[in-house]
Write a protein that binds this ligand. Structure first.
Ligand SMILES: Nc1ncnc2c1ncn2[C@@H]1O[C@H](COP(=O)(O)OP(=O)(O)OP(=O)(O)O)[C@@H](O)[C@H]1O
Ligand SMILES: [Mg+2]
Length: 308
């Protein structure tokens, strides 16, 4: 069983319209609606690997019910904390000229008693030595050190936490010693405020995160693969080239793959290869968080993991 935590999930609505610059009302029946947000993507991918998964986080209103139904249909166990306000909906529009417009709700305000309830629920739900994947940004009015607090409070149960977030909540959480953090390049640049065009600078910045408490760091570089570092060693991962990639959700797929590998006792190199194959597989698919399980074996032979 792998546990996931999504504090600010979303319903993603995508509309395909003729022309976004048109002032008249636009009518369309060309749209799709899906449960989204990084943590939800992680659950989707874990379930495609047939890994038993329990999803935790905040859900409210009709949008919350929709997400619940999607995750249930995937066979995940649900252990969400109900909230009074409605889970957010994010809108995306795309027209025939490939112009896009995104409208992202910041999401519900979480009440103090709701966040306290979630903390208790987490402690109660997670057995000793389990793996928790925490993904995404914090809802508004939740303190920046919320992830730090959670990771700290799970210490006595020896939970390995894989944390995929950015900015101040990530920086604050490092001191609680998460098992793995996985910024992408933009997130690492924002965190360290340095130019990271050279690999040596990237490795130095990763070292800073290790010094601040992370046990392992992956810097994911899209089509450039990834770098890995811990206090003992570092690796460079290269991935095969894809003709027309759709990389949204590749980071989430990587994270799901790494959690799976950790759960099933892969060594670090095997885990990096497997996680990368999931990232690549997601990028080969139009649908976010969709992987081809039958391709994973071949993909892994096309990925290299070399010592740095
Ligand atoms: N264009 C691509 N071609 C091949 N592999 C890719 C591509 N994009 C991503 N990947 C694979 O997926 C991994 C994670 O991707 P990326 O660095 O884009 O994560 P991310 O920016 O966190 O994505 P997201 O937050 O949208 O899920 C990469 O390390 C790589 O293995
Ligand atoms: Mg990401």
């Amino acid at each position: 069983m792998i546990y996931t935590l999504s504090l600010n999930p979303a319903i993603d609505r995508m509309y395909y319209v003729p022309d976004l610059t048109c002032a008249a009302p636009i009518r369309t029946d060309d749209y799709h609606v899906q449960a989204g947000g990084k943590g939800i993507n992680v659950v989707k991918v874990l379930r495609q690997l047939q890994e038993p998964t329990t999803a935790l986080g905040f859900l409210g209103g009709a949008a919350g019910t929709h997400i619940e139904q999607t995750l249930k249909a995937l066979g995940a166990t649900l252990n969400f904390t109900p909230i009074k306000e409605e889970t957010r909906t994010c809108l995306a529009f795309q027209d025939q000229h490939n112009q896009t417009l995104e409208v992202l709700e910041t999401g519900p305000t979480i009440q103090k008693k709701e966040s306290e309830r979630l903390k208790k629920q987490l402690k109660k739900t997670l057995p000793k030595n389990s793996i928790l994947v925490i993904s995404g940004s914090l809802p508004k009015n939740i303190d920046d050190d919320f992830y730090f607090d959670i990771i700290q409070s799970l210490k006595e149960n020896a939970i390995d936490v894989i944390l995929d977030t950015s900015g101040i909540p990530l920086r604050a959480a490092l001191a609680a010693k998460p098992y793995l953090v996985k910024p992408n390049l933009a997130e690492l640049i924002a965190l360290t405020d340095t130019d990271l065009s050279e690999e040596s600078a990237q490795l130095n910045a990763m070292q800073t995160l290790l010094d601040q408490g992370a046990q392992n760091v992956v810097l994911s570089l899209g089509e450039g693969g990834a770098l890995f570092a811990n206090h003992q060693t570092s690796y460079k991962i290269t991935v095969p080239k894809i003709a027309t990639p759709n990389p949204i959700g590749s980071g989430d797929s990587f994270i799901a793959g790494f959690a799976y590998a950790l759960k099933h006792g892969y060594n670090i190199r095997e885990a990096l290869r497997f996680a990368s194959a999931l990232g690549v597989s997601n990028a080969k698919n139009k649908e976010i968080g969709k992987i081809e399980v039958e391709d994973l074996e071949i993909l892994q032979t096309q990925i290299t993991v070399k010592k740095r």
